[in-house]
Design a binder for this molecule. Structure first.
Ligand SMILES: *Cc1c(COP(=O)(O)O)cnc(C)c1O
Length: 396
């Protein structure tokens, strides 16, 4: 059984009750009554598994967490208010002033802005390496961070090398797998923590903002650099990272998911395997149809992505004018800052998300003057190809 079918079976069997409501309940309450003072004390002592307060979690989120952990066969998950919330939670829960992150390969603009414009204010330094550069750690390096497929650079890093490097130095290896859930398995290549923006292909229809952190039992060699992790491990065992994230980030920074968003995300998650396979298939066909007509960027890597690299691609036009001409004539794509939707989406990068970045930053992030990011959807592939070819004719 392949990974798509494994997860498809798991999510459909686990999301609904065999006896009762098929669609999972939305528990919208912000607070939960404990019944009596002894029970209240037990909840706060962590001896009772009843919900404490919605900032720390709620039953609908807990359902989504169980399902999301199944994508990567992790030991558990923590959901957050957005993908940026997930990244901020991991960084703020594990790092402190004086620590350093090493970032490899291309990076989503929001993450890059967080790492360069805001983390330095808290004394956390980030150093950047290109996918093919030699990565050099320093004694302050506590985390290696990369994306499965760079958004929108479409770079793929050497995961084997980075995984081994992180293990050798007892530091965390965090992979943002937003673009390629089920297509890529970061835990198999040495990742300690996987983050997702569930806003993208996981929910799938632009219906809910959200993020997730997927974890497994922590490596014991992490305890040297992260002594607090050992304390959580002694209390929670394989769920130690859940404790770290909840007590050192969610509780105090409050990037918690709303129950209604969790519900909408579950609905999307139930069809993730079908959608991601179809969208990837469409993207591969579109790439082949266009590659001799225009400069198309699409990641290919058999070692890590035997089933393809997902639905994201780029068209590298010669100029902003060409990019605009294409976008003005293409009828199928929605012009939007999102990716991973069931619909085909497109956006000129330089004039929108990346408008405030400097030349050297744009170069690192893989954003050229004419780059149009495409997220291929589930529409009929021949129609997408025809529409793109028509729009390209207006450019040439
Ligand atoms: C969109 C995105 C994020 C941020 O997610 P939000 O849900 O928009 O906060 C992080 N990483 C990647 C790769 C993304 O594409």
């Amino acid at each position: 059984m392949n990974n798509f079918e494994r997860f498809q079976t798991f999510v459909l069997q686990q999301s609904a009750a065999k006896d009762g409501a098929i669609s999972p309940p939305i528990i919208g309450s912000a607070a939960f009554s404990y019944g009596d003072p002894k029970s209240a004390e037990a909840v706060f002592a962590g001896e009772s598994r009843k919900p404490l307060y919605a900032r720390m979690g709620n039953p609908t989120n807990a359902k989504l967490e169980t399902l999301l952990a199944g994508i990567d066969q992790g030991d558990g998950a923590v959901v957050t208010s957005s993908g940026m919330g997930a990244i901020a939670a991991v960084v703020s829960a594990f790092l402190q002033s004086g620590d350093e992150i090493v970032c490899v390969g291309g990076l989503f603009g929001g993450t890059y802005a967080f790492f360069t414009q805001n983390l330095p204010r808290f004394g956390i330094k980030v150093r950047f390496f290109k996918a093919d550069e030699e990565v050099v750690l320093s004694p302050q390096t506590k985390m290696i961070f990369c994306e499965s497929v760079g958004n929108p650079s479409l770079t793929v890093v050497n995961f084997v090398k980075l995984g081994k490097l992180a293990q050798k130095h007892g530091i965390l290896f965090v992979v943002d797998n937003t673009i390629t859930p089920l297509l890529f398995e970061p835990f198999s290549w040495g990742a300690d923590i996987i983050v997702y923006s569930t806003t993208k292909v996981i929910s799938g229809q632009s219906q809910a903002l959200g993020g997730a952190i997927i974890y497994k039992e922590p490596r014991k060699d992490l305890f040297i650099h992260f002594p607090f992790l050992q304390n959580f491990y002694e209390n929670l065992g394989k769920d130690a990272i859940m404790g770290v994230i909840k007590k050192r980030a969610l509780r105090d920074f409050g990037m918690s998911m709303q129950a209604h968003a969790a519900y909408l995300t579950i609905l999307g998650l139930e069809t993730l395997p079908l959608r991601i396979q179809k969208a990837t298939d469409n993207a591969q066909k579109l790439f082949l149809a266009l590659k001799d007509k225009v400069k198309v960027l699409y990641a290919k890597n058999e070692q890590y992505f035997p089933f393809g690299t997902g639905q994201m691609m780029g068209i590298d036009f010669k100029s902003k004018e060409d990019a605009f001409t294409f976008l003005e004539h293409a009828k199928i794509p929605f012009i939007t800052a999102n990716i991973g939707d069931s619909r085909t989406l497109a956006l000129h990068m330089r004039s929108t998300i990346y408008r405030d970045f400097k030349a050297n930053e744009l170069e690192y992030l893989g954003v050229s003057e004419g780059l149009v990011r495409i997220s291929v959807g589930l529409e009929n592939c021949a129609m997408i190809i025809e529409d793109f070819e028509n729009a390209l004719r207006k450019v040439q």
